[in-house]
Design a protein around this ligand. Sequence first.
Ligand code: NAD
Length: 445
Amino acid sequence: MKYFLAIIGGGPAGYTAAEKASKAGKDVVLFEQNAVGGTCLNVGCIPTKSLLYGAKQYYNATHAQKYGVTAENVTFDFAAMQKRKTIVVRKLVAGIKQRLNNEHCTLVTGFANVESRTDKLVTISCNGEIYEAENLMICTGSTNFVPPIPGIKDNPAVWDSTDALNATELPKSIIIVGGGVIGMEFATLYHELGIPVTVIEALPTILPNLDPEVVTVLADKYKKAGITILTETRVESINGNELTANGQKLTADKILVSVGRRANLNGLDALKDIELNKGAIVIDDFCKTSLPNVYACGDVTGKIMLAHVAARQAEVAVGRMLKIIPLQRIAYNAIPSVVYTNPEIASVGITEAQAAELQIETEVRRLPMTFSGRFMAENEGETGLCKMIIDAKNHSVLGVHMIGNPCSEFVSAASFAVRMGYTTAEFEQVVFPHPTVSEILHEIL
Ligand code: NAD
């Protein structure tokens, strides 16, 4: 059978594209070597959030005195947390399978290899069978980057994020190499469960891509709470569970390495002429690659490695392929992102530094989250911060950067303002419910 679309990779990009194209009545085959849901659902966003939620419950129970609550003999069961995480993941994977099934999409479990391609036909082999399709969408995602540090490979003391998520026992202590998003979320998990944590970051700050003022609030809190954060520190070598960084020796039960991810191009050797940039597939505004009839979405494009970006890219690519909304583009300037630390960080749009690079004259407004009554009621001892970057000429909202719980839940309101190009006067007309922390977005106007 010849398919209209073959998709390799069943993560947020692949399953979104498969569902959308199948729904439009097209014959779609989706190849996935593991479980559908990809990194995000199986070994990324969802399992980490499940474990982080368990850790937060324990942490809150043991730090509730400030709210007039004392709980004694609070304990946690890591195996039970892991079991719950597995059930959450299993249910979500089953849900995706069901949705694909409902749309009569063919799901093939196995490693797909592109055998050949012409402008009219792509041939793929999987499990010894040959599949043909008019169009190909590459959604093969990314894999953990292993830096060339002596002693890192085949070292049982060294974990990547997948090892950490699958561990049946907690480490007694941990060094986290890389203070990026993955590093700081795991630092939060282990710290809240009472494990000594050291974070090693090569650059002068953790979370280097985020607003520095917001990051300072987090770094100060975590340092005060006992997390060791070593910035401008380079790991020279690892020997068992001993690590040498900036000439200093550090030991821990486990060493978690989270220094970024790289596009996964396995199975694509036949696409010799596809344009790459720094090992990722180059795409246009509609996710078309340099090869006609080949699209790419998600981490493999190296654009912004976030599940919601992958899903949006898939929507735009299918829209273009099927000519449903052929000229719809992705608003990369209005992609929200969240770091699930405690407090959470959420942001959308450009930072002050990016505005300066783009030579945009800005007005920057700042407000502590304590301007929100709900924040005051529920975040004892925290101040939080909301920063808004405004175009000084036309007063449009260009970026919002926040720290304070639960900013992940209302950053989408800020995304909407940035996406629609709202001016502060237009955004001011939006009514926020009282009392909610989201009102900070109104207060700052
Ligand atoms: P990252 O790029 O966010 O952070 C990697 C960090 O490691 C950087 O701060 C970098 O300076 C540092 N680093 C690099 N080499 C180093 C070295 N040798 N020694 C010490 N530090 C070093 O990458 P990540 O944290 O691995 O995450 C991978 C991707 O997954 C990112 O794109 C991230 O956005 C995504 N992700 C998103 C979420 C979320 O949305 N909440 C959660 C997890 C991961």
